[in-house]
Design a protein around this ligand. Sequence first.
Ligand code: UDP
Length: 487
Amino acid sequence: MASQSQQLHIILIPFLAQSHILPILDFAKLLSQRDLLITILTTPLNSISIQSMIDHATISTHAKIILITVPFPSIQVGLPEGCENMDTLPSPDMAFNLFAGCDMLQEPVLKMLSEFEVRPSAIVSSNALAWTGQVACSLGVPRYAFQTISCFSMLVSHNVGRMNVGESVVSDTEAFEVRDLPDKIVITKLQMPKTGLQRGADVKSIVQKMKEAEGFTRGMVVNSFEEMEPRYVEGFKNMGRRIWCIGPVSLCNQDSVDKLERGGRRGAIDENVCLKWLDSMARRSVIYACFGSIGRIPSAQIIETGLGLEASECPFIWIIRKKDVSEQVEKWLDDEKFEGRVRGRGLIIRGWAPQVAILSHPSVGGFITHCGWNSTLEAICAGVPMITWPMFAEQFYNEKLVVNVLKIGVRVGVEIGMKSELEDENKVFVTRVQVTEAIEHLMDDPERITRAKELSKLATKATSDGGSSFLNITALIQDIMEQTISK
Ligand code: UDP
């Protein structure tokens, strides 16, 4: 197979968000270990951090990963110049402008790929980039949708979609059971991703485009592993869908530099300081709190979270994203001398943290997470139990998977997603007492830790030679090859 597959040329196109770029880059590394030629297509500003990660990944191997860029029309779609990623949007509402900018890439990308010296064999692109299906069709190659959510979330979304809850469930806060699932899963309308509820024209058109793209999509590549959610994978396959679970892809970052480089070094902290600090802490004693790359958190909530972490008396690493470090937050940190108060047991990182490196450190014993799928999987890989604090999108579904199905997490206790507009900087969704109680609860159950460790072992096994995800990558390559031959 190696000699045949050597001729395959896979084009990877991630949506412009860290939660798509990082796993697709990890997937590129995994594919490149199979002697394929890989091209990643992105925009100029996103290419900077991607290039440094590729350089490191290919330096010691013979991997062939090429990076090409297409200019992004920020100004044309009403975004500030240089805004090419969800994490640099001035406001979450402008996500639609970013989607519009991505849609405008269809023509230039088709032109670029048609003129490529080595003909593409397949496109693997984020599910959100529906237009890549048409590009693949024009090129006469198969398109595979890369899913950055679990089969559990996909099945829940699919079944909720069939329940017509808009009419059958009257109140937004009324709990209802999702039908036809392997487990009893109860949610409210307020916990559904916004796309399921709000039928704004923009959201509707994005969802509609994704649906239409299914006709141009050969199958789904899912960043998950079969042993974690076998009945949900099965449920999806039973719907007649072709799916390949190939994750958790972040496990390809085995050496410490890979882990530290993931996401590109952004200078928020000297990584060695962070790791030395962790080295000085007792095994499984540290709580790591980080809420992903996209969402915004009101200043009052940031302060309340800090007070909760302090009151827990546990050592902690607390990430405050740059855009959340408001004047109010800075002033509070200064006035209260908060960093001095927690010195020796609390480390605050303002900006980007080397998350995979932190989570895999033996001193980390718990993760307060917004339940983004990548973060959830990274905790699973590290065998770290979670305190779940979902905020938006399918994160409430991920909470159900972690707490009710896998039983490796405790809820902080949020019932309602944070509004994306977040006009009220004084809004507190979770109290300091909820934070401390959840930490106490998480740390006091040895069985939860045992289950988390077991799952971590299964994840490692799945991605090792001969494991289910390893074999699914082989099967995917085989499928691409067969598609290529049949053309
Ligand atoms: N991440 C990181 N450092 C940070 C924040 C996030 O490395 O300070 C990474 C994290 O490891 C994950 C991704 O960014 O791979 C975030 O994706 P996720 O799906 O968890 O959440 P989102 O950013 O979409 O809300």
